[in-house]
Design a protein around this ligand. Structure first.
Ligand code: RB5
Length: 149
């Protein structure tokens, strides 16, 4: 995965405000935010948005993704159906560090109806600041990848 400093952001209708806040936040940290919407509040379908973000990451167009829905769960499930994606839902800072350090997660999911904006931004920072540790964790991540074959 190239370190292209591009992050795709996607959500359903439940998380538009949080997604836009995160896009502004990561831009101040030197990341390019690729916000693929939606921008209008009509009810929409999280699987479509999760898959669209996942494909941007799986193709290498974006280094990471951040996906959001009401709970973070549905859009995470959709993103993980795309080969090459390891997406975890986080509602705490420790888990956000761990999914990078141990699981080499390439997409972070959060729930806009679960956590507030301040915590979400802390979680984003933890995810982006952490690095995959490799070693025994690479063995396990390779085992996840093998499940796609
Ligand atoms: C939409 O009402 C809601 O179901 C969705 O945002 C998400 O929470 C699903 O996992």
């Amino acid at each position: 995965m190239s370190a292209n400093k591009r992050i795709v952001l996607s959500s359903d209708h439940a998380a538009i405000d949080l997604r836009q806040a995160i896009a502004s936040h990561i831009a101040t940290k030197g990341w390019e935010a690729v916000d693929i919407g939606p921008t209008t509040p009509e009810s929409t379908h999280y699987p479509e948005h999760g898959a669209a973000a996942a494909r941007r990451v799986a193709s290498g167009d974006c280094q990471f993704g951040i996906v959001l829905c009401g709970t973070g769960q549905g859009i995470m499930m959709a993103a993980n159906k795309v080969d090459g994606i390891r997406c975890g839902v986080c509602s705490d800072v420790f888990s956000a560090q761990m999914i990078r350090q141990h699981n080499d997660a390439n997409i972070l999911s959060m729930g806009a109806r679960v956590i507030d904006e301040d915590l979400a931004l802390q979680i984003v920072d933890a995810f982006l600041d952490a690095e995959f540790e490799g070693g025994r964790h690479a063995t396990r991540v390779d085992m996840i990848k093998a499940l796609e074959a």
